[in-house]
Write a protein that binds this ligand. Structure first.
Ligand code: ADP
Length: 397
């Protein structure tokens, strides 16, 4: 069975075509700068990478050139589009309605639309991708895979904010959590890799990238996660502040004269590594600058680490001890120095780093010593494959 995975963002549309027989990637790529100057298609298949300028108006026109490449005599990977049996879509916010990957129909589209207020940047683009596929692939089922769905297994004490409950009931103000597709995938992988029983395993999943979140999982249920109503909460990220006292928001408005929109932009786009260092949102730059003696970059890194350790300690208790802590995402998979700093800080919990094993990059590896109280592991994530797997499962029934 061949499954196409679509991740439609505000100005880009990423695609990956999987052969589910062996989970191999037949082709992948993206259309970027949609609706701007310099729209471009990148297409990778059969060891080749092509880049072409495009003249298109919107997302719905982005699929035609992708389809043409997939069926092209030279670089194509399928003879006919009918070989694609289902399309899986990443959808950021499923609100309280969507707790599972869901086959798309009119009611589901209306549900995704209802969540526009919760995911104003992503959900409209995600729905745009679905509608584009409906036009370009008539009759082929579309499946929405929600970034929030895995976290809907949380209990009220984890997801409620301690504000009057009318705001939860009327507006859905609660913790939702994100990166759910990734956390679910790596939980499954780490259980298989370490031989843990997925019905009982206690795992702290650290997805560390431009956007970062932790997730405490016990027996496949989410006990807690660091992101909240939106992906702004929790850890210090590339450009997002993570947790701040909520009073900071009104303070900035009343004392610094920022508008609500300006505060939103400040906390989401100008904070985190970028805001604190004043130089870069990228972990590699932050580490390089810090090594060269840049004090602001060092402060940004220290903030990141401090917050992370604080959450890991809390999750260790909430889980009643852990079987494994795993690292994934661009930083988690690649930055062995950052992993070393984190695991060394877990010494009071009995976790011990195997320095030699930790030198790995992007490979499923145990990086703790044999006498460690619990395992520390690098577990590369694969959100596209997870979306394809969920899609195939739903369509096959
Ligand atoms: P996104 O959240 O956008 O998917 P990624 O998961 O790709 O982001 O992670 C991007 C982050 O990973 C950046 O901060 C980048 O510096 C970091 N990163 C990627 N490769 C390395 C590396 N080799 N060493 C250190 N950090 C890395």
């Amino acid at each position: 069975m061949k499954v196409l995975v679509i991740n439609s963002g505000s100005s880009s549309l990423k695609f990956t075509l999987f052969d589910m027989a062996d989970h191999s990637v037949l082709c992948k790529g993206l259309v970027e700068r949609i609706g701007m100057e310099g729209t471009k298609l990148t297409y990778q298949a059969k060891g080749q990478k092509l880049e072409e300028p495009l003249q298109i108006q919107g997302h719905s026109e982005a699929l035609a050139p992708i389809c043409a490449k997939m069926t092209d005599a030279q670089v194509g990977v399928i003879a006919d589009l009918s070989e694609i049996k289902a399309i899986g879509h990443r959808v950021l916010h499923g609100g309280m309605e969507f707790t599972q990957p869901t086959l798309v129909d009119e009611a589901v589209k209306a549900g995704i639309r209802k969540c526009f207020v919760l995911g104003p940047l992503h959900n409209p683009a995600n729905l745009g991708g679905i509608e584009a596929c409906e036009k370009n692939f008539p009759g082929i089922p579309n499946v929405a895979v929600f970034d929030t769905a895995f976290h809907m297994t949380m209990e009220p004490q984890a997801y409620l904010y301690a504000i009057p409950q009318e705001y939860y009931k009327k507006y859905g103000v609660r913790k939702y959590g994100f990166h759910g597709t990734s956390h679910k995938y790596v939980y499954g992988r780490v259980c298989e890799f370490l031989g843990l029983d997925p019905k009982t395993a206690r795992v702290i999943s650290c997805h560390l990238g431009n956007g970062s979140s932790l997730c405490a999982v016990k027996g496949g249920q989410v006990v807690d996660t660091t992101m909240g109503l939106t992906p702004l909460a929790g850890l210090v990220m590339g450009t997002r502040s993570g947790d701040v006292d909520a009073a900071v928001v009104t303070f900035l408005q009343l004392q610094a004269g920022l508008s609500p929109q300006e505060v939103d932009t400040l906390l989401n786009k100008k904070s985190g590594f970028l805001g604190v260092s004043g130089k870069s949102s990228d972990m590699r730059d932050i580490r390089d600058l810090r090594e060269k003696g840049d004090k602001d970059a060092a402060t940004a890194y220290d903030l990141f680490l401090h917050r992370l350790i604080h959450y890991i300690g809390g999750y260790h208790l909430l889980l009643g001890g852990v079987d494994a802590i795993l690292f994934t995402g661009g930083i988690g998979e690649n930055s062995y120095e950052t992993r070393a700093d984190i695991v060394k800080a877990l010494a009071p919990l009995g976790c011990r780093l195997d320095e030699a094993a930790n030198a790995c990059r992007g490979k499923e590896t145990v990086i703790s010593t044999a006498d460690s109280a619990f395992k520390a592991v690098v577990t590369p994530t694969n959100e596209e494959l997870m979306i394809a797997m969920e899609t195939a499962r739903l369509v096959e029934g």
